[in-house]
Ligand binder design. Structure first.
Ligand code: AP5
Length: 215
């Protein structure tokens, strides 16, 4: 399947993407994970992105498009992809449309995951993430804790709270989402690709997607 996952920070895009990858071999492409990996590795990209991310601001469109243009042409995308956290602005959506047209790729849908704000705030303050940039498994101290506290079930690395998980950065990320990313819901509706799912259950999102793509 070839999907865009839309939704506010904490809506569960990453969690849903990880469940969907198990269905048909589609790969999860999370711009947030790519950027956090670059910050951890101290690359040029990471140095350019770090301050934006810590403050809860978006990284400039040109940097993101550079990453995605390369990433979407890697061989593992041939089986399908789940875009998690991209596009995030109208210019990114326009650039993606041109890129996909150039590569001859059609999207199945843009799935908008709609979760109430109070649920999101609770989830973001209780989320924990694997510190290993090659793993980045997602946990939640309430709904999905690791088996051994502070240790990743999958790779054994420390499980930590992200740098942008402060109250101030969370507030900024939600404001940025409402201003810059929420308009994409209307954009993809106009493109005839929008599929909205209002639920707090990741399984409900997965089932709705399965129906949509005929799995
Ligand atoms: P990014 O990593 O994309 O963060 P985000 O969009 O803020 O999304 P999150 O990862 O916070 O949330 P999610 O929806 O994936 O939720 P999750 O599944 O983890 O981006 C980080 C930063 O990178 C940005 O702020 C920006 O600076 C930069 N960036 C990235 N992409 C960019 C772009 N395209 N352009 C410009 N800048 C970009 O779930 C959250 C928690 O809830 C977890 O603890 C999880 O276990 C729990 N949970 C999830 N679902 C459920 C459920 N159904 N029931 C109970 N708990 C649940």
């Amino acid at each position: 399947m070839r999907l865009i996952l839309l939704g506010a920070p904490g809506a569960g895009k990453g969690t849903v993407a990880k469940l969907l990858t198990k269905l048909d071999g589609s790969v999860q492409i999370s711009t947030g994970d790519i950027l956090r990996g670059a910050v951890q590795a101290g690359t040029d990209l990471g140095k350019q992105a770090e301050a934006f991310m810590k403050a809860g601001d978006l990284v400039p469109d040109a940097l993101i498009m550079g990453i995605m243009e390369q990433r979407l042409q890697e061989p593992d995308c041939a089986n399908g992809f789940l875009l998690d956290g991209f596009p995030r602005t109208i210019p990114q959506a326009e650039a993606l449309k041109s890129l996909l047209a150039r590569l001859g790729i059609e999207l199945d849908a843009a799935v908008s995951i709609d979760v109430p704000r109070e649920v999101i705030l609770d989830r973001l303050t209780t989320r924990r993430t694997c510190s290993n940039s090659a793993c980045q498994a997602i946990y939640n101290v309430k709904s999905n804790p690791p088996k051994v506290e502070g240790v990743c079930d999958k790779c054994g690395s420390p499980v930590i709270q992200r740098d942008d998980e402060t109250e101030e950065a969370i507030g900024k990320r939600l404001d940025t989402y409402n201003e810059k990313t929420a308009p994409l819901v209307g954009y993809y509706d106009d493109e005839g690709l929008l599929m909205s799912v209002a639920t707090i259950s990741s399984d409900d999102v997965v089932n709705a997607v399965k129906q949509k793509v005929g799995l």
